[in-house]
Design a protein around this ligand. Structure first.
Ligand code: DAH
Length: 350
């Protein structure tokens, strides 16, 4: 029996697969196995012998069962390891490839601007890029033939018979254009939302311009609008200063200069400390230490009235500036066209 046990243990450890092990199991424990045959002879043994042989038989069976179970475990682990190895993917080739893409610099800049304003309590609003004359001009206190319309070189859309864009109040369907600024979103917000309003409106705008180092026919602006009780020019100046240091850091501040926009009165142009020389004067800022960022002012009473807001009760301020130009200055890029020619060697830097 000792012999059968030793041979059994060798057979178990020699099994190289689950199938082989299953075969070994039959030869070890089946009725025709050596141990099985010994078991069948037990009945014919005398009492004393039966006890001794029975005990030895049990021990042998137990040892073989244990060895068999351990071998089954080992084989299962090995099989699982082999399966994982064969299913493994070699990703080194894709790592060495062109790499993952990332958001365009203008999108990154827009998201950062939104973060700063949202942190100051503003909401984010959006409006359509194809607008009616009413939203883009008239409601903003720019009636037809107003001389200031020439401040925006406009691309008009020829929609033929299609009128589904709607007329807008006082606008003709044939007067549909590509919005020249984000200011029409102010009107859309004020039409539907009663004050108090604290919102920003980022988005794509269009002008009939030839592309050069500082102009593109398609670019991006961000508009800000606040309407509440008792809002004054100081709130405007404070908000812009707060934004400037939050976005650019403490070294950069803002200043206002008198200007003209039909939709604000009074109006101002707002400058920030030149981000390249931090105010000491360089080529980019024309040695003034300041760069112009955008326009702003107190919302004109006519604009509030056009949106059904009582200008005796509510006052507000608005501002707007170019996002692309801001990104350009911040990164010392000297040609706006680089942003849009999709040369990945340029884009991958940001
Ligand atoms: N919409 C103006 C432009 O595109 C910028 C601007 C100026 C927006 C003054 C404003 C504002 O909201 O108050 O040139």
């Amino acid at each position: 029996m000792g012999d059968a046990r030793a041979r059994g243990l060798v057979a178990v450890s020699a099994a190289a697969s689950a199938d082989e092990l299953a075969e070994v199991e039959t030869t070890l424990f089946g009725r025709k196995s050596v141990l099985g045959q010994i078991k069948q002879t037990l009945g014919s043994l005398d009492h004393e012998h039966r006890a001794t042989v029975g005990r030895a038989l049990n021990e042998a069976q137990l040892a073989l069962r244990e060895a068999h179970a351990a071998a089954a475990d080992d084989l299962a682990t090995a099989a699982r390891r082999e399966q994982l190895r064969s299913e493994q993917l070699d990703l080194t080739e894709s790592l060495a490839g062109p790499g993952r893409g990332h958001l365009h610099l203008v999108t990154q800049t827009t998201e950062r601007l939104e973060d700063v304003f949202v942190g100051m309590g503003f909401t984010v609003s959006e409006g359509p890029q194809a607008e009616t004359d009413w939203y883009n001009f008239e409601a903003l206190n720019l009636p037809a033939a107003h001389p200031a319309r020439s401040m925006w070189d406009t691309l008009y859309l020829d929609l033929g018979e299609r009128t589904e864009l709607g007329d807008g109040e006082g606008g003709e369907a044939s007067n549909v254009l590509l919005r020249t600024h984000t200011s029409p979103v102010q009107i859309r917000v004020m039409e539907v939302q009663p004050p108090p309003i604290y919102t920003i409106c980022p988005g794509r705008v269009f002008r009939r311009d030839t592309a050069d180092a500082s102009h593109m026919p398609v670019f991006h602006q961000i508009e800000g609008l606040v309407v509440d009780r008792g809002i004054s020019f100081t709130d405007l100046a404070g908000t812009l200063e707060e934004f400037t240091s939050a976005y650019f850091g403490k070294a950069i501040s803002s200043r206002l200069r008198p200007s003209y926009f039909p939709f604000t009165e009074p109006s101002a142009e707002f400058d920030i400390t030149c981000v390249l020389c931090e105010g000491s004067g360089c080529q980019t800022c024309g040695r003034t230490g300041w760069i112009e960022l955008g326009g702003c002012g107190m919302v004109h009473p006519n604009v509030l009235s056009n949106c059904g807001i009582d200008f005796e009760e509510w006052t507000g301020f608005a501002f707007g500036f170019g996002i692309d130009r801001l990104a350009l200055m911040r990164h010392g890029i000297d040609d706006l066209r680089d942003m849009y020619t999709n040369d990945t060697r340029f884009l991958a830097q940001f």
